[in-house]
Design a binder for this molecule. Structure first.
Ligand code: PHE
Length: 338
């Protein structure tokens, strides 16, 4: 009987070791250890053994049973480990594959132009200033020598928030806010949003302006011309011509509009400049003494120059954009070109 048990042990260990998967292993477990299995069968025959042999045979039988159970466990673990290794290998990431590039954003063309323009003045010693978009009529109009009956206050042009409060129609109110908190000399540049009831191919109800203000002793119209010419030649190129045309603004006297030689045809005349050879780009003038009175500046001691330009218009001229609305439709096919 012992002989028989040893044979069972040998064949069980061999087949278990060769088992390929968990299902086969389970079949082997049933075959060797199950209630109707080979070992149970042999042990049933224990009754036929001479009684004095029974303990020894029983001991061997238990050892064989234990050995078979151990072999099953070991094989089970080995199969599980190799399955895990196989599935890990199948799921492995190929780190050498090229990745998807993240989309990279960039500054909006209007902001880029605003920064480029501001930078030119910052290099000349101007400081950046800011004020609120929702502005009082006092700062937007009255303190800029634009009284209540003035045509510039026309209801058709101004967004009213409530009586006395408007969306600023220009960046000029920041002139007054800066002067109220600073003593001359003052040299500021004010990029900001402004709002007007206006909409066509070259007008949007919201647009950007850049305001400039320089106040000191002895500032003259020659300084105004020189400063703006310097800016224009730095921004549009050294061969760009400038032209000052008399104009009217309530808060400057004298006032002018400034044209540059057409950036498309260099002044020969084309569709963009409507065959005039010139493009209007900004308004300017010498600060009105009445404005200084509101600011509590002594207009006998100080003089100043001021100017305001539309950023979109300049962006449109430098990038040959035909309608201001392209700038605000957020169409990436358009914006990605800049
Ligand atoms: N605020 C004027 C406008 O919006 C521009 C301007 C600014 C003119 C400063 C003169 C001086 O048209």
């Amino acid at each position: 009987m012992k002989q028989k048990l040893e044979e069972i042990r040998a064949s069980a260990l061999d087949t278990i070791h060769a088992a390929a998967d968990l299902a086969e292993l389970e079949q082997l477990r049933v075959k060797f250890l199950g209630r109707k299995g080979v070992l149970t069968d042999v042990l049933r025959g224990l009754a036929q053994c001479p009684p004095e042999d029974r303990p020894a045979v029983g001991k061997v039988a238990n050892e064989v049973k234990q050995a078979v159970a151990d072999a099953l466990d070991a094989r089970k673990e080995a199969i599980a480990a190799s399955q895990e290794a196989a599935s890990a290998a199948a799921e492995r990431l190929d780190l050498s594959l090229p990745g998807r590039r993240p989309l990279r954003g960039h500054k909006h063309p209007v902001m880029r132009v605003a920064e480029e323009i501001s930078d030119i003045f910052v290099q000349l010693g101007f400081q950046i200033a800011a004020g609120p978009d929702v502005e009082t009529e006092y700062y937007n109009f009255d303190s800029l020598n634009t009284p209540a009956n003035h045509p510039a206050r026309d209801l058709h042009d101004t967004f009213f928030v409530k009586p006395g409060v408007v969306l600023r129609t220009h960046t000029s109110p920041v002139q007054m806010r800066v002067m109220e908190r600073t003593q001359p000399p003052v040299a500021v540049i004010v990029p900001g949003r402004v709002y007007r009831v206006d909409q066509d191919a070259s007008h949007s109800p919201m647009f950007y302006q850049i305001e400039g203000l320089l106040v000191d002793k002895g500032i003259s119209f020659a300084d105004l011309k020189g400063l703006l010419r310097l800016f224009i030649q730095r921004y549009f190129g050294p061969t760009t011509k400038t032209r000052f045309r008399p104009h009217y603004f309530p808060f400057t006297e004298p006032s002018a509009e400034v044209d540059i030689s057409c950036t498309v045809c260099s002044g020969k005349g084309c569709r963009v400049c409507k065959h005039s050879g010139w493009l209007e780009i900004l308004g300017c003038g010498m600060v009105h003494p009445e404005v200084f009175r509101y600011a509590n500046y002594d207009s006998e001691t100080y003089t100043g120059l001021a100017f305001g330009l539309g950023v979109e218009r300049i962006a449109m001229l430098t990038h040959a954009i035909s309608s201001i609305h392209y700038l605000y439709e957020n169409d990436l096919r358009f914006l990605e070109q800049f």
